[in-house]
Design a protein around this ligand. Structure first.
Ligand SMILES: NC(=O)c1ccc[n+]([C@@H]2O[C@H](COP(=O)([O-])OP(=O)(O)OC[C@H]3O[C@@H](n4cnc5c(N)ncnc54)[C@H](O)[C@@H]3O)[C@@H](O)[C@H]2O)c1
Length: 533
């Protein structure tokens, strides 16, 4: 098929966001047209979902921290409460689940919820082993006619994601050959921290550990502020996958949306520039290359991932790649595009390229944006050194915002609140406070829900861009799309551990040239924690 023909088909299906005809949707018939939603993990990233969930029926709240439940109950007073999500998922009226826990529970909760016919929104990453990502994707694919899913890569709502896809598919840089993408965050850790003190009574620590190997309690895992505490545990392999699943999920999404790839055929780590494999800690520096076969509209491509300060060469001396924290360079036979989440720059080869080979598509064939209009990026200028953001007042006893960067001990310095708790266990819930204030002052309407989350809530109800179809609608980052993306990133960690180039059969999920690497595709769990329960 010619690129432009495919474009028509691809655009048609994406623009209509493929309405699936079979299956009945849970929640679509509710008289109030409100969905019965459960939120697991109610502080931190969970608070980013309040503005959309407050418009639905929140029927269940689950958190391993009893104090967080008490706070969230103030704005979701009808919810039943739990500290164990396995018990919560037995609640019969739940139609949809939002997962905002630590990463090592994600695939478990997602699988259990899908297996009970519940719609799922899962914060990134979908899983922390290849097996976890594949199981969730398979469970979704079995039920995609009746269930809506969304992976928490909300930056996908920026129109730049669609604009990049249009440029590359329409040939603005000729034939696509290689894509480089990177993240810059560096959170080295010397090993698991030693146990320190006892978990406070409000914390169900054993449940936080959940399926993973036991590690004694330490405030080190709970040192972060709202939505940033993941940086205090995600470098430890039993709880996360470092930047491959953190900013890697967001940044690879920018690439994945363009390239229409499935699983890679081969994965290779540049061992010379990457950190040495450590069984306990995820690598800071990593350079991984993924080879992908040709698809209908392009030839074979190589995707190269850089993290921990490693970066590709800049396409031009005047572009300082080192100043771009997260970005991508798409290289084609006629030019390159360098992009971050919200901006892009086309650089024709030889700079005098006339671009006449490139046929810009007309308005009626543009890619569908999340919510129809996408997340606007023409916002007022961001704070800069000339225009600093007003500092947030610090809680009593805090010298600075909690910082996940290591100090001389090799670990971050953990600040303790006046109640004797590390930040993530003791800081207030700012979103609950803001919503209570808005309810009091009658300004709730000013608190707009995030369009990326609304896309999923609408899809659960069979709605797309305000039109009700009565059957499941596709979301931009469902577990098919994001499952393969995360599987690729996790394969990078497998190749790092194997120490050699891996050949991979993505149809069956097996490494074909090194049998022991297949053991690294999965992890072992404590008893009582079936992955696919
Ligand atoms: N999409 C984004 O931009 C974005 C931003 C930040 C974090 N995240 C993701 O959100 C998730 C949470 O990150 P965070 O920084 O808020 O972490 P966190 O450690 O603050 O945890 C969030 C909440 O979940 C609760 N929790 C943790 N494990 C639980 C479990 N097993 N059962 C029930 N409750 C549990 C915690 O008590 C806390 O209230 C992570 O997976 C992270 O990757 C996504």
């Amino acid at each position: 098929m010619q690129r432009r023909d495919l474009l028509k088909t691809a655009t048609a299906s994406v623009a209509g966001l493929t309405i699936l005809r079979s299956g009945t949707l849970r929640g679509q018939d509710a008289p109030s047209n409100k969905l019965n939603v459960a939120l697991v993990g109610v502080w931190g990233r969970g608070t980013a979902h309040y503005n959309s969930l407050i418009r639905e029926n929140v029927v269940a709240l689950c958190d391993i921290n009893d104090q967080r439940i008490k706070e969230a109950l103030q704005i979701f007073p009808k919810a039943k409460t739990y500290w164990d999500w396995r018990r919560m998922l037995a609640q019969k009226d739940i139609e949809a689940v939002v997962i905002c826990t630590a990463d090592h529970h994600h695939a478990f909760i997602a699988n259990w919820a899908l297996n009970r016919d519940m719609h799922v929104f899962c914060e990134k990453p979908l899983g922390i082993s290849v097996e976890e990502a594949r199981t969730v994707r398979a469970n979704y694919l079995k039920r995609k006619a009746k269930l809506a899913t969304q992976h928490g890569t909300q930056r996908h709502a920026f129109p730049n994601f669609a604009r990049l896809r249009e440029l590359v598919m329409d040939g603005a840089i000729g034939d696509l050959k290689t894509v480089h993408s990177w993240d810059s965050r560096q959170l080295p850790r010397p090993g698991y921290p030693a146990g320190q003190g006892q978990p406070p009574p409000q914390l169900h620590y054993e449940q936080w550990i959940g399926p993973s190997s036991y590690h004694a309690y330490t405030p080190q895992y709970f040192g972060g502020s709202n939505g940033m505490n993941c940086l205090f545990w995600n470098m430890y392999r039993d709880f996360g996958v470092g930047q491959m699943g953190d900013m890697g999920a967001h940044t690879m999404d920018l690439v994945w949306n363009v390239v229409d790839a499935g699983g890679p055929m081969a994965i290779e780590i540049d061992q010379e520039v990457s950190d040495k494999y450590n069984p306990d800690i995820c690598p800071v520096k990593l350079k991984a290359s993924f080879e992908h076969p040709a698809n209908q509209w392009r030839g074979p491509i190589t995707l190269v991932w850089y993290q921990g300060g490693l970066k590709p060469r800049s396409p031009r001396g005047y572009i300082y790649v080192e100043k771009i924290d997260n970005g991508a360079i798409f290289e084609g036979t006629k030019g390159s595009i360098i992009a971050d989440f919200t901006t892009r720059l086309i650089i024709p080869n030889n700079d005098d390229g006339d671009l006449t080979y490139y046929r810009r598509r007309d308005k009626s064939h543009l890619e569908a944006l999340v919510g129809g209009v996408g997340q606007p990026t023409q916002a007022p200028p961001r704070p800069s050194p000339q225009r600093p953001r007003a500092p947030r007042p610090l809680p009593p006893g805090f010298k600075a915002e909690p910082d996940a960067k290591p100090t001389a001990s090799g670990f971050p310095e953990i600040q303790i609140t006046d109640k004797g708790l590390p930040a993530a266990l003791g800081l207030p819930n700012p979103e609950v406070e803001a919503i209570l204030e808005a309810q009091k002052s009658g300004t709730m309407d000013n608190r707009r829900p995030d369009i990326f989350q609304v896309e999923w809530l609408d899809a659960c109800k069979g709605k797309y861009n305000g039109v009700t179809h009565g059957t499941s609608s596709k979301t931009h980052c469902d577990f098919d799309y994001s499952g393969t993306m995360i599987e690729q990133m996790l394969l990078g960690l497998v190749a790092h551990r194997a120490g050699k180039r891996l050949e991979y059969d993505s149809a069956i999920g097996r490494v074909t040239n090194t049998s022991e690497a297949n053991d690294y595709l999965k992890r072992t769990y404590r008893p009582g924690w079936p992955l696919n329960g």
